[in-house]
Design a protein around this ligand. Structure first.
Ligand code: DGJ
Length: 736
């Protein structure tokens, strides 16, 4: 890892182990141009690549012989309204009502380490682990200073970028758009990969060609959302899972976002990512600064899989924190699909008792334990234990669960308020609402206005006092409605455009407080399933509930899309009941276990009511989890086949970092009659080593049990057809 500045040619060069990123300062205006990002280069003599003075009829301040490069020049971070007609990253409105920003380089700072971003989640690392380049640029006319930060890591090829705006003028200015990263390059036959979905089918992978004009994904829902994801990658159309160029951006943020690629008139393209400018207007008083969240940029020459593994390693080492960062998580049983709102102490203890005998390690009490909440129409905000359900109180229940040798976890939805709650009756102005307009309800609830400090403090105390009252070792932090009707009684008219972002900052502040006061707590974020599964939340919770859909087949697609970016250790995954509560599908209990094994692993069913044969399988599944979880959590993940593409089977693999073992999960979604065995290629192994099928007894059909790593990769292995649909098997390979 190194960051250098060549004063002769005014080029900055950021080198990671396998990549280089080059920035140049050009022209008497000191524009900051993007020169190169890709495979590692030995030199920085690259100024010849910057296209200057090429396009006629483009406005520019110094009229440049009636040509200007402003509309084509590859900018590192763009202004707006002064000659570059591509979409820009920074927009302002002055007190006089004008826009127009142009940024010029002023100075730079290169330092060891990486500074934290105030109030925001971000990757981190010590002085020996990271280096940072901070470019200071300015718009002299506006008195606006812009700090562009680029951090690199000794053990990763990722680059973390962020932007800070400082108002150095003597009057306020409105920031109407502040994106966090921009990357201009030629469109070299790129295809864009994005993730799309809805409730219960989050993050399906979509690939499309990058074409002229704009193509984007975004959220204006106040959360990263079920629908689109704050991630995009662009790859050459020849790039595969295993080889070829790919670039990616992922946002370390949990609110509104936009991610866009625009191809311009000359075939150049601009990729950008940041907070969605929709309903964003941040008033910056003189001397104040605005910190935009971080974007992680990745380039890999090793295909889509190379990009994925780069994100996984970065997030495991430099984003996820806390006690459970590198630890096996307790196998939990959650009562949501077991009981919904219909439970009491006796029922929960019945489940816990049976579960503990089977090796399950924690009981999680989901929604419905507080206020008068017997359905989803009331009581959010009234975080007092409902003792008519939990007779003897919460501490009694927790103590009884602990006596069984199990941990205890609890559900909250701290950001919400039900109109039918004591809290709303006392403080109707604490809900986000447009004064005078009938508020929109979703799941019969409003969103609490957490931009107000008194509301944040109240909610925190309510939640924390429950956590202080008993030995609670896990919290599921849920969020079940998107934001709408934006209005805060706590903010003046010209700051109403700050609500979306302030709300996200407030959630971060609350989770920060909670994880500091309860450092041993295991926090799992959740949002109506997986609507807030993002890198921002991973800074606070090492795992996130992936989706309300725990059907083994749907989960193959949801987990493949999620694992495109996020480590398997972060994916909340449970074995649930059948027929599945979301799709009605019946899959073998065994297969549900294999699919949940690719995540945190737990149960979401009434263990006292499931068929005995299934119940009897739980101790084996528990043993399977304990046997393989270190490998699953820490290893390198490879996608081998995706049933959403081939419609018949799914296959993925985790290989130990030292290549001493690998676990291949093979799920035959649909059987086909009269079909020969299926050839799979198993990558990531040491080509020189001999691997043994360690669980050969589970594969009586495969007679040969020893293979060289390169044979398994290039020649492959024949997987025999399995009898029936939705059948799965694990293949455990160990090096001799
Ligand atoms: C949505 C979550 O995703 C579910 O797991 C469950 O906790 C419900 N909310 C409870 O209301």
């Amino acid at each position: 890892m190194n960051i250098s500045y060549n004063e002769g040619n005014r080029v900055f060069k950021l080198d990671t182990e396998h990549t280089s990123y080059c920035i140049g300062i050009v022209d008497e205006d000191n524009f900051i141009g993007h020169i190169y990002y890709g495979r590692k280069l030995t030199e920085d003599n690259l100024v010849y690549l910057m296209r200057t003075a090429e396009a006629p009829f483009v406005p520019s301040q110094n009229n440049r012989d009636r040509t200007s490069f402003l509309d084509t020049f590859p900018m590192e971070y763009t202004g707006n309204g002064l000659g570059d007609y591509r979409e820009g990253t920074l927009e302002v409105r002055t007190m006089g009502g004008h826009s127009g920003v142009s940024l010029s380089y002023v100075s730079h700072r290169i330092y060891d380490g990486k500074e934290a971003l105030e109030g925001l989640p971000a990757t981190f690392g010590g002085d020996k682990e990271c280096m940072t380049l901070e470019l200071t640029c300015e718009d002299k006319f506006l008195g606006l200073q812009v700090l562009l930060s680029y951090s690199i890591f000794a053990d990763s090829d990722a680059i973390a970028r962020s932007v800070k705006i400082v108002n150095r003028a003597d009057e306020a200015i409105y920031l109407t758009k502040v994106l966090s990263a921009c990357m201009d390059m030629d469109n070299d036959d790129y295809e864009m990969i994005t993730l799309h979905g809805s409730w219960a089918r989050e993050r399906a992978i979509q690939t499309r060609p990058v074409m002229k004009g704009k193509q984007s994904v975004s959220s204006i829902r106040g959360e990263s959302s079920h629908q689109e994801h704050p991630f995009m990658a662009w790859k050459k159309n020849t790039t595969t899972e295993e080889s070829g160029d790919i670039y990616a951006m992922n946002f370390v943020y949990s609110g509104n976002f936009m991610a866009q690629i625009e191809e311009n008139q000359f075939g150049g393209m601009r990729a950008m990512m940041g907070i969605n400018p929709y309903h964003f207007c941040w008033k910056l008083e003189p001397g104040e600064s605005f910190q935009a969240p971080e974007v992680i940029c990745v380039y890999s020459a090793d295909g889509i899989g190379g990009m994925t593994r780069c994100f996984h390693d970065l997030y495991r080492k430099h984003l996820i924190r806390g006690e459970y960062k590198d630890k096996k998580r307790p196998i939990l049983i959650n009562n949501w699909e077991a009981t919904y709102f219909d439970f009491n102490t006796e029922k929960l203890l019945g489940i816990a008792k049976q579960a503990s005998e089977l090796g399950i390690e924690m009981l999680v009490m989901d929604d419905g334990w507080f206020g008068r909440r017997n359905d989803d129409n009331s009581s959010l905000g009234d975080w007092q234990v409902n003792e008519s359900k939990l007779s003897g109180g919460l501490k009694h229940l927790v103590d009884e669960v602990n006596k069984l040798g199990m941990k205890f976890g609890i559900w909250f939805e701290p950001e919400m308020i039900s109109p039918d709650s004591d809290l709303y009756r006392a403080h109707p102005d604490w809900a986000i609402a447009i004064p005078g307009r009938t508020g929109s309800l979703a799941r019969n609830q409003y969103v609490l206005d957490l931009t107000r400090k008194e509301v944040r403090d109240y909610v925190y105390e309510m939640v924390a006092s429950v956590l202080r009252s008993a030995n609670i070792e896990y919290v599921k932090w849920d969020m079940n409605r998107q934001l709408s009707d934006l209005g805060s009684y706590g903010l003046p008219a010209d700051r109403q455009g700050e609500i979306y972002h302030r709300q996200v900052l407030a959630v971060y502040e609350l989770q920060d407080r909670m994880t500091k006061e309860f450092p041993h707590l295991l926090l799992e974020n959740c949002s109506g399933g997986g609507a807030r599964f993002d890198a921002g939340m991973l800074y606070y919770s090492p795992q996130i509930w992936c989706s309300d859909d725990a059907d083994a087949v749907e989960r193959l697609s949801i987990q493949a899309g999620t694992a495109m970016i996020y480590p398997l250790s972060t994916m909340g995954a449970h074995v649930s009941d059948c027929p599945n509560h979301t799709v009605g599908r019946v899959t073998p209990f065994e297969t549900r276990g294999y699919v949940a094994l690719a995540g945190t692993f737990g149960y979401e069913l009434d263990v006292t009511k499931i068929p005995e044969a299934d119940r009897n399988m739980i101790p084996q599944q528990v043993a399977m989890y304990h046997k393989y979880n270190d490998l699953v959590r820490e290893g390198d993940y490879y996608r081998i086949a995706h049933y959403a593409d081939n419609h018949f089977y799914d296959c993925y693999e985790v290989v130990a970092k030292d290549k001493s073992e690998a676990l291949v999960t093979y799920i035959q979604v649909l059987n086909r009659p009269n079909f020969h065995s299926r050839r799979i290629h198993i990558p990531g192994l040491d080509p020189e080593k001999t691997y043994v099928i360690a669980n050969a007894q589970e594969w009586p059909e495969i007679k040969q049990t020893e293979y060289k790593g390169d044979t398994l990769h290039y020649a492959g292995l024949n997987i025999p057809p399995l009898w029936g649909d939705f059948k799965g098997r694990l293949l455990h390979l160990t090096a001799k």
